[in-house]
Design a protein. Structure first.
Length: 389
Protein backbone atom coordinates (compact mmCIF):
# COMPACT_ATOMS: atom_id res chain seq x y z
CA UNK A 1 0.00 0.00 0.00
CA UNK A 2 1.51 3.31 -1.08
CA UNK A 3 1.72 6.43 1.09
CA UNK A 4 -1.11 8.22 -0.74
CA UNK A 5 -3.56 5.38 -0.09
CA UNK A 6 -2.57 5.13 3.57
CA UNK A 7 -2.98 8.89 3.95
CA UNK A 8 -6.45 8.72 2.41
CA UNK A 9 -7.49 5.93 4.78
CA UNK A 10 -6.18 7.85 7.78
CA UNK A 11 -7.86 11.13 6.87
CA UNK A 12 -11.22 9.51 6.11
CA UNK A 13 -11.04 7.42 9.30
CA UNK A 14 -10.27 10.59 11.27
CA UNK A 15 -13.27 12.44 9.81
CA UNK A 16 -15.58 9.47 10.38
CA UNK A 17 -14.44 9.27 14.00
CA UNK A 18 -15.06 12.99 14.59
CA UNK A 19 -18.49 12.86 12.94
CA UNK A 20 -19.66 9.80 14.90
CA UNK A 21 -18.24 11.22 18.13
CA UNK A 22 -20.59 14.23 17.86
CA UNK A 23 -23.66 12.05 18.39
CA UNK A 24 -22.30 8.89 20.03
CA UNK A 25 -24.68 7.87 22.81
CA UNK A 26 -25.35 4.66 24.75
CA UNK A 27 -28.89 4.51 26.16
CA UNK A 28 -29.48 2.80 29.50
CA UNK A 29 -32.08 0.06 29.60
CA UNK A 30 -34.65 -0.05 32.39
CA UNK A 31 -35.40 2.42 35.22
CA UNK A 32 -32.49 4.52 36.41
CA UNK A 33 -31.92 7.64 38.49
CA UNK A 34 -31.70 10.65 36.17
CA UNK A 35 -28.30 11.78 37.49
CA UNK A 36 -26.86 8.27 37.10
CA UNK A 37 -28.14 8.10 33.53
CA UNK A 38 -26.56 11.44 32.66
CA UNK A 39 -23.20 10.48 34.18
CA UNK A 40 -23.25 7.13 32.37
CA UNK A 41 -23.88 8.92 29.09
CA UNK A 42 -21.00 11.32 29.63
CA UNK A 43 -18.59 8.55 30.62
CA UNK A 44 -19.60 6.43 27.61
CA UNK A 45 -18.85 9.37 25.31
CA UNK A 46 -15.50 9.90 27.00
CA UNK A 47 -14.56 6.24 26.54
CA UNK A 48 -15.51 6.40 22.87
CA UNK A 49 -13.35 9.51 22.48
CA UNK A 50 -10.34 7.96 24.24
CA UNK A 51 -10.51 4.68 22.34
CA UNK A 52 -11.08 6.54 19.08
CA UNK A 53 -8.00 8.68 19.72
CA UNK A 54 -5.97 5.53 20.36
CA UNK A 55 -7.21 4.03 17.06
CA UNK A 56 -6.43 7.22 15.10
CA UNK A 57 -3.01 7.43 16.73
CA UNK A 58 -2.36 3.79 15.77
CA UNK A 59 -3.24 4.54 12.14
CA UNK A 60 -0.94 7.56 12.15
CA UNK A 61 1.99 5.33 13.09
CA UNK A 62 1.87 3.84 9.58
CA UNK A 63 2.32 7.24 7.94
CA UNK A 64 5.02 9.77 7.35
CA UNK A 65 4.24 12.90 9.37
CA UNK A 66 3.25 16.05 7.48
CA UNK A 67 4.54 18.23 10.32
CA UNK A 68 6.37 17.93 13.63
CA UNK A 69 4.43 18.94 16.74
CA UNK A 70 6.29 20.83 19.46
CA UNK A 71 4.59 22.62 22.34
CA UNK A 72 6.58 23.30 25.51
CA UNK A 73 3.46 24.94 26.99
CA UNK A 74 1.29 21.82 26.66
CA UNK A 75 4.19 19.64 27.84
CA UNK A 76 4.50 21.78 30.97
CA UNK A 77 0.73 21.65 31.44
CA UNK A 78 0.70 17.84 31.45
CA UNK A 79 3.55 17.67 33.94
CA UNK A 80 1.83 20.28 36.10
CA UNK A 81 -1.47 18.38 36.42
CA UNK A 82 0.42 15.25 37.44
CA UNK A 83 2.39 17.27 39.97
CA UNK A 84 -0.61 18.91 41.65
CA UNK A 85 -2.51 15.61 41.70
CA UNK A 86 0.20 14.19 43.99
CA UNK A 87 -0.78 16.78 46.60
CA UNK A 88 -4.48 17.19 45.77
CA UNK A 89 -5.34 13.51 45.49
CA UNK A 90 -5.81 10.90 42.76
CA UNK A 91 -9.56 10.47 43.21
CA UNK A 92 -11.81 9.03 40.52
CA UNK A 93 -12.62 12.43 39.02
CA UNK A 94 -8.94 13.43 39.01
CA UNK A 95 -7.89 10.23 37.23
CA UNK A 96 -10.72 10.66 34.75
CA UNK A 97 -9.72 14.28 34.05
CA UNK A 98 -6.03 13.42 33.60
CA UNK A 99 -6.91 10.72 31.06
CA UNK A 100 -9.18 13.11 29.17
CA UNK A 101 -6.61 15.90 29.08
CA UNK A 102 -3.92 13.50 27.88
CA UNK A 103 -6.23 12.04 25.21
CA UNK A 104 -7.12 15.56 24.07
CA UNK A 105 -3.50 16.65 23.69
CA UNK A 106 -2.61 13.37 21.96
CA UNK A 107 -5.49 13.97 19.53
CA UNK A 108 -4.30 17.53 18.92
CA UNK A 109 -0.79 16.28 18.22
CA UNK A 110 -1.99 13.50 15.90
CA UNK A 111 -4.26 15.77 13.84
CA UNK A 112 -1.58 18.46 13.61
CA UNK A 113 1.09 16.05 12.44
CA UNK A 114 -0.85 13.82 10.07
CA UNK A 115 -4.01 15.56 8.82
CA UNK A 116 -3.66 16.61 5.20
CA UNK A 117 -5.23 20.03 4.70
CA UNK A 118 -6.30 18.99 1.22
CA UNK A 119 -9.07 17.06 3.01
CA UNK A 120 -10.56 20.20 4.57
CA UNK A 121 -13.30 20.32 1.92
CA UNK A 122 -14.04 16.69 2.72
CA UNK A 123 -14.22 17.63 6.41
CA UNK A 124 -16.75 20.29 5.45
CA UNK A 125 -18.88 17.68 3.68
CA UNK A 126 -18.76 15.39 6.73
CA UNK A 127 -19.84 18.25 9.00
CA UNK A 128 -22.55 19.20 6.53
CA UNK A 129 -23.86 15.64 6.89
CA UNK A 130 -23.78 16.02 10.70
CA UNK A 131 -25.85 19.22 10.48
CA UNK A 132 -28.30 17.62 8.03
CA UNK A 133 -28.68 14.54 10.24
CA UNK A 134 -29.43 16.69 13.29
CA UNK A 135 -31.98 18.73 11.34
CA UNK A 136 -33.61 15.51 10.16
CA UNK A 137 -33.68 14.15 13.72
CA UNK A 138 -35.31 17.37 14.92
CA UNK A 139 -37.94 16.88 12.23
CA UNK A 140 -38.64 13.37 13.52
CA UNK A 141 -38.77 14.64 17.10
CA UNK A 142 -41.23 17.35 16.07
CA UNK A 143 -43.54 14.59 14.89
CA UNK A 144 -43.04 12.56 18.07
CA UNK A 145 -40.61 10.01 16.61
CA UNK A 146 -37.39 9.50 18.55
CA UNK A 147 -36.25 5.94 19.32
CA UNK A 148 -32.95 7.19 20.76
CA UNK A 149 -34.05 9.79 23.31
CA UNK A 150 -37.64 8.77 24.00
CA UNK A 151 -36.71 8.06 27.64
CA UNK A 152 -35.69 11.67 28.34
CA UNK A 153 -38.73 13.19 26.63
CA UNK A 154 -41.17 11.64 29.09
CA UNK A 155 -40.86 14.46 31.65
CA UNK A 156 -40.92 17.31 29.16
CA UNK A 157 -44.09 19.32 28.87
CA UNK A 158 -43.87 20.90 25.44
CA UNK A 159 -43.14 19.76 21.93
CA UNK A 160 -40.44 22.45 21.65
CA UNK A 161 -38.54 20.91 24.55
CA UNK A 162 -38.27 17.57 22.74
CA UNK A 163 -36.27 19.08 19.86
CA UNK A 164 -32.68 18.24 20.76
CA UNK A 165 -31.43 16.61 17.55
CA UNK A 166 -28.77 14.03 18.36
CA UNK A 167 -27.24 16.09 21.17
CA UNK A 168 -29.64 15.15 24.02
CA UNK A 169 -29.56 18.73 25.32
CA UNK A 170 -30.72 21.53 23.03
CA UNK A 171 -28.08 24.00 24.22
CA UNK A 172 -25.35 21.64 23.01
CA UNK A 173 -27.09 21.52 19.64
CA UNK A 174 -26.46 25.25 19.28
CA UNK A 175 -22.83 24.98 20.38
CA UNK A 176 -22.19 22.24 17.83
CA UNK A 177 -23.76 24.34 15.07
CA UNK A 178 -21.44 27.26 15.92
CA UNK A 179 -18.32 25.08 15.89
CA UNK A 180 -19.24 23.53 12.53
CA UNK A 181 -20.25 26.83 10.89
CA UNK A 182 -16.71 27.77 9.66
CA UNK A 183 -16.46 24.49 7.76
CA UNK A 184 -19.84 25.14 6.13
CA UNK A 185 -18.65 28.64 5.22
CA UNK A 186 -15.55 27.14 3.65
CA UNK A 187 -17.74 24.99 1.37
CA UNK A 188 -20.13 27.80 0.52
CA UNK A 189 -20.94 30.90 2.63
CA UNK A 190 -24.68 30.37 2.09
CA UNK A 191 -24.51 26.94 3.77
CA UNK A 192 -24.17 28.61 7.18
CA UNK A 193 -27.91 29.24 6.90
CA UNK A 194 -28.38 25.55 7.75
CA UNK A 195 -26.92 26.22 11.21
CA UNK A 196 -29.50 28.91 12.04
CA UNK A 197 -32.46 26.54 12.71
CA UNK A 198 -30.31 24.65 15.23
CA UNK A 199 -29.39 27.94 16.93
CA UNK A 200 -33.06 28.87 17.17
CA UNK A 201 -33.95 25.46 18.61
CA UNK A 202 -31.11 25.64 21.14
CA UNK A 203 -32.35 28.96 22.61
CA UNK A 204 -28.75 29.66 23.61
CA UNK A 205 -27.70 33.30 23.63
CA UNK A 206 -24.00 32.40 23.91
CA UNK A 207 -24.27 30.23 20.79
CA UNK A 208 -26.02 33.02 18.92
CA UNK A 209 -23.35 35.51 19.98
CA UNK A 210 -20.48 33.17 19.12
CA UNK A 211 -22.07 32.44 15.72
CA UNK A 212 -22.35 36.15 14.92
CA UNK A 213 -18.83 36.88 16.23
CA UNK A 214 -17.31 34.01 14.27
CA UNK A 215 -18.88 35.01 10.96
CA UNK A 216 -18.23 38.65 11.74
CA UNK A 217 -14.52 37.94 12.08
CA UNK A 218 -14.45 36.38 8.62
CA UNK A 219 -16.47 39.14 6.97
CA UNK A 220 -14.34 41.84 8.62
CA UNK A 221 -11.55 40.98 6.20
CA UNK A 222 -13.82 40.62 3.15
CA UNK A 223 -16.24 43.54 3.09
CA UNK A 224 -16.04 47.30 3.40
CA UNK A 225 -15.49 48.42 6.98
CA UNK A 226 -18.52 50.77 6.94
CA UNK A 227 -20.80 47.91 5.96
CA UNK A 228 -19.16 45.68 8.56
CA UNK A 229 -19.79 48.11 11.44
CA UNK A 230 -23.41 48.62 10.38
CA UNK A 231 -23.91 44.85 10.31
CA UNK A 232 -22.17 44.52 13.68
CA UNK A 233 -24.45 47.11 15.25
CA UNK A 234 -27.52 45.34 13.87
CA UNK A 235 -26.30 41.99 15.19
CA UNK A 236 -25.52 43.49 18.61
CA UNK A 237 -29.05 44.88 18.85
CA UNK A 238 -30.52 41.55 17.75
CA UNK A 239 -28.37 39.67 20.28
CA UNK A 240 -29.39 42.02 23.07
CA UNK A 241 -33.04 41.58 22.20
CA UNK A 242 -32.63 37.81 22.17
CA UNK A 243 -31.01 37.77 25.62
CA UNK A 244 -33.66 40.09 27.06
CA UNK A 245 -36.57 38.28 25.42
CA UNK A 246 -35.58 34.63 25.76
CA UNK A 247 -32.53 33.99 27.95
CA UNK A 248 -33.19 36.33 30.89
CA UNK A 249 -36.76 35.05 31.49
CA UNK A 250 -35.41 31.49 31.61
CA UNK A 251 -33.13 32.46 34.50
CA UNK A 252 -29.98 30.76 33.21
CA UNK A 253 -28.32 34.01 32.18
CA UNK A 254 -27.97 35.38 35.75
CA UNK A 255 -27.55 31.98 37.41
CA UNK A 256 -24.18 31.71 35.70
CA UNK A 257 -22.94 34.92 37.34
CA UNK A 258 -24.01 33.70 40.76
CA UNK A 259 -22.13 30.42 40.29
CA UNK A 260 -19.07 32.18 38.90
CA UNK A 261 -18.86 34.62 41.79
CA UNK A 262 -19.28 31.82 44.32
CA UNK A 263 -16.56 29.76 42.62
CA UNK A 264 -14.12 32.66 42.44
CA UNK A 265 -14.76 33.48 46.09
CA UNK A 266 -14.10 29.87 47.15
CA UNK A 267 -10.94 29.75 45.03
CA UNK A 268 -9.49 32.92 46.52
CA UNK A 269 -10.34 31.75 50.05
CA UNK A 270 -8.87 28.31 49.39
CA UNK A 271 -5.76 27.71 47.29
CA UNK A 272 -5.65 30.15 44.34
CA UNK A 273 -2.14 29.05 43.37
CA UNK A 274 -2.70 25.30 42.89
CA UNK A 275 -6.47 24.93 43.17
CA UNK A 276 -8.64 22.28 44.81
CA UNK A 277 -7.63 19.45 42.47
CA UNK A 278 -8.99 18.12 39.20
CA UNK A 279 -12.65 17.21 39.45
CA UNK A 280 -13.00 19.27 42.61
CA UNK A 281 -15.77 21.51 41.30
CA UNK A 282 -18.31 18.68 41.14
CA UNK A 283 -17.81 18.12 44.89
CA UNK A 284 -19.05 21.65 45.63
CA UNK A 285 -22.62 20.62 44.70
CA UNK A 286 -23.59 24.20 43.86
CA UNK A 287 -27.35 24.47 43.39
CA UNK A 288 -29.14 26.64 40.83
CA UNK A 289 -32.85 27.32 40.38
CA UNK A 290 -33.56 28.91 36.97
CA UNK A 291 -37.18 29.75 37.90
CA UNK A 292 -38.93 30.00 41.29
CA UNK A 293 -41.17 27.03 40.47
CA UNK A 294 -38.37 24.87 39.01
CA UNK A 295 -36.70 21.97 40.80
CA UNK A 296 -33.20 23.05 41.99
CA UNK A 297 -30.35 21.61 39.92
CA UNK A 298 -26.81 20.69 40.91
CA UNK A 299 -24.19 22.03 38.52
CA UNK A 300 -21.20 19.73 38.26
CA UNK A 301 -19.59 22.23 35.89
CA UNK A 302 -19.17 25.96 36.34
CA UNK A 303 -20.38 26.77 32.81
CA UNK A 304 -17.10 28.61 32.36
CA UNK A 305 -14.02 26.56 31.54
CA UNK A 306 -11.59 29.24 32.74
CA UNK A 307 -13.20 29.78 36.14
CA UNK A 308 -13.56 26.04 36.72
CA UNK A 309 -9.92 25.41 35.82
CA UNK A 310 -8.90 28.25 38.11
CA UNK A 311 -10.78 26.60 40.98
CA UNK A 312 -9.48 23.10 40.24
CA UNK A 313 -5.91 23.74 39.07
CA UNK A 314 -5.03 27.20 40.25
CA UNK A 315 -3.44 30.25 38.69
CA UNK A 316 -0.50 28.38 37.15
CA UNK A 317 -2.80 26.28 34.96
CA UNK A 318 -4.62 29.42 33.80
CA UNK A 319 -1.26 30.96 32.89
CA UNK A 320 -0.39 27.90 30.76
CA UNK A 321 -3.75 28.13 28.99
CA UNK A 322 -3.40 31.89 28.55
CA UNK A 323 0.03 31.55 26.96
CA UNK A 324 -1.26 28.87 24.59
CA UNK A 325 -4.32 30.92 23.54
CA UNK A 326 -2.23 34.09 23.19
CA UNK A 327 0.06 32.17 20.84
CA UNK A 328 -2.89 31.27 18.62
CA UNK A 329 -4.02 34.91 18.45
CA UNK A 330 -0.47 36.07 17.73
CA UNK A 331 -0.13 33.57 14.88
CA UNK A 332 -3.41 34.70 13.37
CA UNK A 333 -2.41 38.36 13.45
CA UNK A 334 0.78 37.39 11.64
CA UNK A 335 -1.11 35.59 8.85
CA UNK A 336 -4.48 37.35 9.02
CA UNK A 337 -4.56 37.94 5.26
CA UNK A 338 -4.63 34.23 4.50
CA UNK A 339 -8.24 33.27 3.74
CA UNK A 340 -8.04 29.74 5.06
CA UNK A 341 -6.41 30.99 8.27
CA UNK A 342 -9.27 33.49 8.62
CA UNK A 343 -11.91 30.77 8.39
CA UNK A 344 -10.13 28.38 10.74
CA UNK A 345 -9.35 31.09 13.28
CA UNK A 346 -13.01 32.05 13.34
CA UNK A 347 -13.57 28.54 14.69
CA UNK A 348 -10.80 29.00 17.26
CA UNK A 349 -12.40 32.29 18.28
CA UNK A 350 -15.74 30.52 18.75
CA UNK A 351 -14.08 27.94 20.98
CA UNK A 352 -12.54 30.68 23.15
CA UNK A 353 -15.86 32.54 23.45
CA UNK A 354 -18.02 29.48 24.12
CA UNK A 355 -15.57 28.23 26.76
CA UNK A 356 -16.25 31.40 28.74
CA UNK A 357 -19.97 30.62 29.12
CA UNK A 358 -20.25 26.86 28.52
CA UNK A 359 -18.15 23.74 29.09
CA UNK A 360 -17.33 22.32 25.62
CA UNK A 361 -14.10 20.63 26.76
CA UNK A 362 -15.99 18.62 29.38
CA UNK A 363 -18.21 17.00 26.74
CA UNK A 364 -16.46 14.54 24.43
CA UNK A 365 -18.89 15.18 21.58
CA UNK A 366 -18.02 18.89 21.58
CA UNK A 367 -14.38 18.60 22.67
CA UNK A 368 -13.52 16.50 19.60
CA UNK A 369 -14.60 19.34 17.27
CA UNK A 370 -12.89 22.01 19.39
CA UNK A 371 -9.58 20.16 19.35
CA UNK A 372 -9.84 19.43 15.62
CA UNK A 373 -10.45 23.13 14.89
CA UNK A 374 -7.43 24.21 16.94
CA UNK A 375 -5.20 21.53 15.40
CA UNK A 376 -6.20 22.43 11.84
CA UNK A 377 -5.59 26.13 12.47
CA UNK A 378 -2.17 25.36 13.96
CA UNK A 379 -1.37 23.14 10.98
CA UNK A 380 -2.28 25.90 8.55
CA UNK A 381 -0.10 28.42 10.41
CA UNK A 382 2.79 25.93 10.45
CA UNK A 383 2.50 25.40 6.68
CA UNK A 384 2.45 29.14 6.10
CA UNK A 385 5.55 29.63 8.23
CA UNK A 386 7.33 26.83 6.40
CA UNK A 387 6.25 28.18 3.02
CA UNK A 388 4.45 24.92 2.22
CA UNK A 389 0.95 26.45 1.90
Amino acid sequence: MNESTKSKIFNLALLIFISVCTFFYVPIKGPVIAEEGINFGYMAQELFFRYGVIAIFALSMTLKAERSFKSPVLAALLIYILFISIFKGYGLEARRSILNIFAGILFLKTVFEYFNLRYLKTAGLFFLAVIALNLLWCYFQYHGIDPLYSDIHAGRTGLWDSLVGLMKLKVHLGVMAVLIAPFLYMLNPFLVILAIPLLIISKSSVSAFAFAASLGLITFFRIRKTVFFIMSAALAIAAGWYIFKFDMPEGQFFERFRVWLATLSLTLKGDPWFGAGLGGFAKLSLMVQPKPDDVPQTWIWAHNEYIQLFYECGLAFIVFCGVFIAGLFKDFLLFRKDRLAQVMFSGVFSVVVISAIQFPFHLARLAVICIFIIAVFMARIHDLKEGAA
